[in-house]
Design a protein around this ligand. Structure first.
Ligand SMILES: Cc1cc2nc3c(=O)[nH]c(=O)nc-3n(C[C@H](O)[C@H](O)[C@H](O)COP(=O)(O)O)c2cc1C
Length: 160
């Protein structure tokens, strides 16, 4: 099985989860892992909240957009102001070839407020792009380094 993990992470939590996910998926085949780079993201908490809340797109560094050769596509983001980070929003706008694929959405979050709203919106946008099957999981920020916990979340999600 060929998988790809595409994620944005500002302070490293989502990157930590993406790494554990890659380790798990590598047991089943090859996994490409891409960390999105935002070229114009704000460095202030309020600036980031504002941009995420108003569904702004970030300029992102060029990366793979054609996902048609992957059987499992995983997209990850921190929850920012009840939604996804602008860099992932840009990526979801631009990616191609996800029709009829298995998609796994994952988030990391602080309090959890807006986590479901974030996942639901990601799912709704991707459903409009023709994706039919979704798996999803989330990890609270203080648990991202707990590999057993994260692995369990991943396994549960893959089983669904
Ligand atoms: C700008 C900003 C907005 C955030 N908004 C939320 C939120 O609405 N709900 C929540 O549960 N956590 C929120 N958080 C916490 C992050 O989702 C959490 O710390 C996440 O693990 C950060 O991931 P990262 O280290 O990969 O960037 C926010 C954090 C930042 C920096």
């Amino acid at each position: 099985m060929k998988s790809i993990i595409i994620f944005y992470s500002y302070s490293g939590n989502t990157a930590e989860v993406a790494k554990t996910l890659a380790d798990e998926l590598n047991k089943q085949g090859s996994t490409d892992i891409i960390r999105l780079e935002a070229l114009d993201e704000s460095n202030s908490f309020l600036g980031q909240c504002k941009r995420a809340f108003f569904k702004k797109r970030a300029r992102i560094k060029d990366t793979i957009l054609d996902l048609s050769s992957y059987s499992l596509i995983c997209l990850g983001t921190p929850v920012w102001a009840f939604g996804m980070a602008p860099a992932l929003r840009t990526y979801i706008d631009r990616c191609k070839g996800a029709e009829n694929k298995n998609l796994m959405l994952f988030t990391t979050f602080g309090s959890g407020t807006g986590n479901n709203k974030c996942l639901n919106e990601m799912q709704a946008i991707l459903a409009q792009k023709g994706v039919r099957e979704f798996k999803r999981f989330s990890v609270q920020q203080f648990k991202v380094k707990d590999k057993d916990f994260v692995r369990k979340k991943i396994e549960e999600s893959l089983r669904l």
